[in-house]
Design a protein around this ligand. Structure first.
Ligand SMILES: NC(=O)c1ccc[n+]([C@@H]2O[C@H](COP(=O)([O-])OP(=O)(O)OC[C@H]3O[C@@H](n4cnc5c(N)ncnc54)[C@H](OP(=O)(O)O)[C@@H]3O)[C@@H](O)[C@H]2O)c1
Length: 223
């Protein structure tokens, strides 16, 4: 039976390219983000294997609804990719904007937790797979980086979820890219990792034999 993957942050960058790679590999995908126009265009491109679901992952009820719609459409959930995330316009603890920190934490930490909470009951039924987008900035210390600290949370939490999910045959993978050429940055980064490189790596982890849990995929640009 065709497996189903829910992706947050699917309207752009890593999430959109993971959706393309997953469908090419035989998965159904539920595309979740706030930009309905972009999600609809991608779902149209991907055809019957895709459903577009507008949701803000910083609202628990919205991601819960998205999971319910996914299960209703495709009959179950085999994997969830909590990928939506953002950076900061103004870095630094002294210079930074505390209100901007709150939106960062709401998305990069709370949104990831809400996505996991909404998906876990369904993943337990399928012995499913949780994938989280960490970062090279979540495994190396970068001076003063508050964004990086939110990604350290992701790496710590991902390891803890591996320990929990293995009890019922589930798996958790943290994907930790270095710089990826996406709208995350204002300027193009053509010599860095392309988002399809990360998408391919995520699908590689998903397609492993269930006995094998790729706990982390760390992917860096050569350029
Ligand atoms: N680019 C890099 O160099 C890099 C490196 C390491 C890790 N990462 C991480 O990779 C992940 C994806 O980033 P990207 O590079 O692909 O950037 P991106 O192209 O800016 O994608 C961010 C995605 O998150 C979605 N999003 C933002 N706020 C949301 C919300 N409240 N609810 C639902 N979706 C929301 C955006 O869609 P809407 O605006 O339509 O909601 C968009 O689809 C992030 O977690 C980022 O921290 C990026």
């Amino acid at each position: 039976m065709t497996k189903t993957l829910l992706i947050t942050g699917a309207s752009s960058g890593i999430g959109a390219e993971t959706a393309r790679a997953a469908v090419a590999s035989g998965w159904n995908v539920a595309l979740v983000a706030r930009s309905a126009d972009k999600l609809d265009a991608l779902a149209k491109e991907l055809g019957d294997a895709a459903i577009a679901i507008k949701a803000d992952v910083t609202e628990l009820s919205q991601i819960e609804d998205a999971v319910a719609k996914t299960v209703e459409k495709f009959g179950g959930l085999d994997a969830a990719f909590a990928n939506a995330g953002k950076g900061l316009d103004t870095p630094g603890t002294e210079q930074g904007d505390p209100e901007e920190w709150r939106t960062l934490v709401d998305l990069n930490i709370m949104g990831l937790l809400y996505t996991t909470r909404a998906a876990l009951p369904e993943l337990r039924k399928t012995k499913g797979h949780l994938v989280l987008t960490g970062s090279a900035a979540g495994r190396n210390h970068i001076k003063g980086s508050i964004y990086g600290a939110t990604k350290w949370f992701v790496h710590g939490y991902g390891g803890n979820m591996s320990a929990e999910m293995r009890e019922w045959g589930g798996r958790c993978t943290v994907v930790s890219p270095g710089m990826v050429d996406t709208p995350f940055f204002d300027e193009p980064k053509p010599d860095k990792i392309q988002p399809e490189d990360v998408g391919n790596a995520v699908v590689y982890a998903l397609n492993q034999n269930p006995r094998a849990e790729l706990r982390e995929i760390h992917i860096m640009p050569t350029g």
